[in-house]
Design a binder for this molecule. Structure first.
Ligand code: ZN
Length: 321
């Protein structure tokens, strides 16, 4: 009987130990919620303090480093390319591919290293021209540098915007700064075409086609006093009494000097129109033309007056500049 009671006491003591042990074990899960609660209580403080300065950028930059560590010798992936209309592959050496441009060269043209310098200049020119027109490229453009043309009707660049192709004609030792401006001019034609559409651009009045392109790339052609070169030269022609008629035909007189002179005047005329009338009127005139010849736009529909009247207004304005 006593032995039975003793056994019962021992069992109860053992049971008490196990109950004491249970709380110890149970203490861990109890502590865990405390830790969790502390972190919950403090967590909102940290994000609200850190969010204003920790934009998504830090997490974006950390992720690739921790998740995809690249060996130092790894080459970056291909750069992003502008989508939309494709540029045709051209013959010659493909010297560079940029976001918008495939730049080629032929033997006798500037070397690949120079062409590569001009690639990013071309992208900047696209940005600039797009801002001025209010539209941008609808696809990629192929640019090819070719040996220079010769003769009194030689041209430095030509754009087939329907084929999304630009050709530039320069000697290997040409100063890249000279080519930068002409590349910008030809790219401006492509932006015009993509903004107005093939149907209207194909038959645009050359006064607006070229006048806008020279006006829109004035940053690349500045006189020493900072004025646009076309402004200086159109004013000089006025002062010297040698303004050409705005309807001067380059089919009848293809000389490079005539081309330069009339381009400068057309640019000055476009500047006058934009300074005096709505931009919408310019777009109406651009789209209204029946063909490429100078003066072929429907000026009355766009401005309520014929070209000779607008031309006289412009000459008066030019005299006041
Ligand atoms: Zn042009």
């Amino acid at each position: 009987m006593v032995r039975g009671l003793l056994l019962l006491v021992i069992l109860l003591v053992l049971a008490g130990c196990s109950r004491q042990g249970t709380p110890i074990v149970a203490a861990a899960p109890l502590e865990a919620p405390e830790v969790a609660q502390r972190s919950i209580a403090t967590a909102p403080v940290i994000p609200t303090q850190s969010w204003p300065t920790q934009t998504p950028l830090p997490t974006n930059t950390v992720a690739p480093v921790t998740q995809t560590p690249l060996p130092p010798t790894a080459t970056p992936g291909p750069p992003p390319l502008r989508g939309g209309e494709a540029a045709p592959p051209l013959s010659g050496e493909l010297a560079m591919v940029t976001y918008s441009l495939d730049l080629y060269r032929l033997d006798g043209a500037p070397p690949a290293a120079v062409v590569q310098q001009l690639g990013l200049d071309g992208e900047a020119a696209i940005e600039n021209g797009s801002r001025l027109i209010g539209g941008t490229l609808s696809g990629r453009v192929a640019v090819r540098f070719e040996p220079p043309q010769s003769g009194e009707c030689a041209i430095r660049g030509i754009t087939r915007s329907d084929l999304r192709t630009i050709r530039l004609f320069y000697a290997p030792d040409t100063d890249p700064n000279r080519m930068r401006g002409i590349l910008a001019h030809e790219l401006f034609h492509q932006i015009q075409r993509d903004y107005y559409g093939e149907r209207d651009h194909r038959k645009a009045d050359v006064i607006l086609l070229e006048g806008m392109a020279v006006w829109g790339t004035a940053d690349y052609f500045r006189a020493e006093d900072g004025r646009a070169l076309y402004q200086v030269r159109a004013k000089a022609a006025f002062d010297e009494g040698r303004l050409l008629p705005l309807t001067t035909s380059l089919e009848a007189d293809c000389r490079t000097t005539t081309r330069n002179d009339i381009y400068n005047q057309w640019a000055s005329f476009v500047e006058y129109l934009l300074a005096t009338y709505d931009r919408d009127a310019l777009d109406v005139a651009y789209r209204s033309s029946s063909g490429r010849p100078a003066g072929s736009a429907d000026w009355v529909a766009a401005y309520g007056k014929p070209l000779p009247v607008l031309e006289q207004e412009w000459i008066t304005w030019l005299g006041q500049q």
